[in-house]
Design a binder for this molecule. Structure first.
Ligand code: ZN
Ligand code: ZN
Length: 306
């Protein structure tokens, strides 16, 4: 196809074929599966949640703003040496049906400090090597019936692809004396994939985007984990995250966001990946591991900026 191009990730051995299909919107490629309707009060509504034990309660005079509870069906636990770890649910608002992007800027900034507080507490366990923070969100059609929440997954096991990535980042540093992502930020700031930036944070669509409309948010400072963000960075991050999620909502796409934190790896540069789920990976992807992305990151960036 005219304009197609194989691209490699900034540092990892991951490849994608950017194959723009003009005029094709991702939701036309893959309609969102209908979601189960859960009427309030759901498990995460205060009237139910407040009857359970909790890990952390944040803000509010009468009712909490954000609440962290243990995951009821964890795959890893501190009692299991064969699959050691912690799984928690972060309920982002007491209000059923309110989306993350509809919360106030300070509220979303508080969500980031909640992630930081839990990262700090969980990392005190010296056996924990890896903390993943992530969110799965349905499209607006389905999400109105969902109670906004994200999740924390921490374990003693570092997934091999992340170990491999850490080594590549270290090798780059040995070779150049610099952080690869700090270099990427410097490059993407002035290019066609820039989405938003201010003095604290930057968002861009990565050169080898695996997902259509994939976008990353990074602090401009080299910080290796979420506990090091300051107030100004959290507020900027909140504003930019909300703007991006509103644009994804307008596409009617479900999305994930996540960030990895490898404990004691100060060379890693914190970044949040936001990945809308627009296309279904089919034969080529499953067979070859090569991903085909029908929306070029340059077009995606243009959409986010518009
Ligand atoms: Zn609810
Ligand atoms: Zn860096």
């Amino acid at each position: 196809m005219l304009g197609s191009e194989i691209r490699k990730d900034y540092i990892q051995d991951k490849y994608v074929i950017i194959a723009p299909r003009r005029g094709v919107r991702p939701h036309e490629v893959a309609p969102t599966a209908p979601q189960k309707v859960v009427p309030p009060p759901c498990r995460f509504c205060p009237e139910k949640l407040d009857q359970e034990g909790y890990v952390l309660e944040v803000g509010g005079n009468k009712v909490w703003q954000i609440k962290v509870v243990p995951n009821k069906f964890p795959a890893v636990s501190l009692e299991n040496p064969k699959a050691y770890g912690v799984q928690e649910v972060v309920v982002e608002t007491p209000k059923h049906g309110t989306h993350l992007e509809e919360l106030s800027d300070p509220h979303v900034a508080k969500l980031l400090s909640t992630y930081a507080a839990r990262t700090d507490a969980i990392a005190k366990d010296k056996k924990i090597e890896y903390i993943l923070i992530f969110k799965n969100a349905g499209g607006p059609a389905g999400a109105s019936i969902q109670h906004a929440h994200s999740q924390i997954f921490a374990t003693h096991f570092l997934p091999p692809h992340l170990f491999d990535k850490s080594q590549k980042v270290q090798a780059y540093k040995l070779r150049t004396g610099r952080c690869v992502y700090c270099d990427v930020i410097a490059r993407e700031r002035t290019g066609p994939r820039l989405v938003f930036e201010d003095a604290q944070v930057i968002a861009f669509t990565p050169y080898a985007s695996m997902h259509n409309y994939e976008v990353w948010i990074l602090p401009r400072r080299h910080l290796d984990n979420v506990t090091l963000l300051n107030d100004a960075e959290r507020l900027s991050w909140a504003k930019i995250l909300k703007r991006i999620l509103k644009k994804i909502a307008a596409l009617n796409l479900p999305y994930n966001f996540y960030f990895h934190q490898v404990i004691h790896d100060e060379d890693q540069h914190l970044y949040m990946k936001i990945t809308p789920r627009g296309s279904i990976w089919a034969g080529v992807e499953i067979g070859s591991g090569l991903i085909i992305n029908p929306v070029s990151p340059e077009d995606a960036a243009k959409y986010y900026r518009s």
